[in-house]
Design a protein around this ligand. Structure first.
Ligand code: HEC
Length: 260
């Protein structure tokens, strides 16, 4: 092997080793958001329905003015315990583009429970034009795009600092948030104390709204988790009963054999 090819190999191995060491180091630069206690934590966790319903109020009154949520239909809200009547009334209160009338003019029609959540903007391009260049991302999967989804959402929604700390970068049209990439985000702080009224009388602090809407967004990214965890519990119970039966059986058979 020539000296130069040996050198190439050594430098390649060193480079790979360096990359392996550097990768975890750069991941460690973004600290994990503080862990919150969530009703849906763990293999058998179940969403707290009251929190989901409050979270929907926050989504519907605040977030949905800018963010769409295309993967959900109004009917899916039965999964957070909304009655069929409430769902129909809610869908009915939204206006969707209808067929053109006989003069070819655009019309609107009230929504139905089968409609997907109404998007605030006609297209991403229209959204970006309205929002200073960046379209608000669809919220259907928001809880999944970041590691520690719910913890990060909560930290992010409660992470605005006004005024920003001394020495923080200032960019017109951007807001300082401790948990945004580069600490700057084009979304104005969406939550204010008392910004919504919860029908169940819970006090609508920023923290409470952040907690409830994060719960709602995690549910929205996986609306069938409660049902799945329910089935999971049933399966585990069934296996335990089966195990006990097998054990009793084994004892019985061995007793007979021992007796002989
Ligand atoms: C006034 C419009 C507006 C409202 C209201 C709004 N957002 Fe946003 N949101 C935006 C825009 C614009 C962006 C993209 C900003 C960017 O990338 O700089 C965004 C981005 C986000 C992101 C992604 C951040 C990231 O770092 O990727 C999350 C999460 C988010 N919004 C959650 C919410 C939640 C939850 C609500 C309701 C409580 C809400 N938003 C209300 C406009 C809005």
């Amino acid at each position: 092997m020539s000296a130069s090819s040996l050198l190439r190999r050594v430098s390649l191995v060193c480079g790979l080793a360096l990359a392996a060491v550097a990768a975890p180091a750069s991941a460690a630069e973004t600290p994990a958001p503080p862990h919150q206690k969530w009703s849906f934590d763990g293999a058998f966790g179940q969403f707290d329905q009251a929190s989901l319903q409050r979270g929907f109020v926050v989504y519907d009154h605040v977030c949905s003015t800018c963010h769409g949520m295309r993967s959900l239909t109004y009917n899916d809200l039965s999964g957070i315990g909304m009655s069929q009547k409430a769902i129909t009334d809610l869908a009915h209160s939204k206006q969707f583009p209808g067929p053109a009338d006989e003069d070819g003019q655009p019309t609107t029609r009230p929504g139905t429970p089968d409609d997907h959540f109404k998007s605030p903007f006609a297209s991403d391009a229209a959204a970006a034009a309205m929002m200073g260049g960046v379209a608000p991302p669809d919220q259907s999967r928001l809880a999944l795009i970041k590691p520690h989804g719910a913890d990060w959402l909560y930290a992010f929604l409660t992470g605005y600092r006004m005024p920003p700390p001394p020495g923080a970068p200032m960019v017109p049209g951007k807001f300082y948030n401790e948990w945004a990439d580069g600490h700057l985000i084009g979304m104005p702080p969406p939550l204010v104390d008392g910004g919504v009224t919860f029908p169940d009388g819970t006090k609508a602090t920023v923290e409470q709204q952040a907690r409830d809407v994060s719960t709602f967004l995690v549910w929205a990214s996986d609306p069938h988790r409660n049902a799945r965890h329910h089935i999971g519990k049933g399966v585990v119970l069934y296996l335990i009963v089966l195990l006990l039966l097998a054990f009793a059986w084994k004892k019985k058979i061995w007793k007979r054999l021992d007796g002989n």
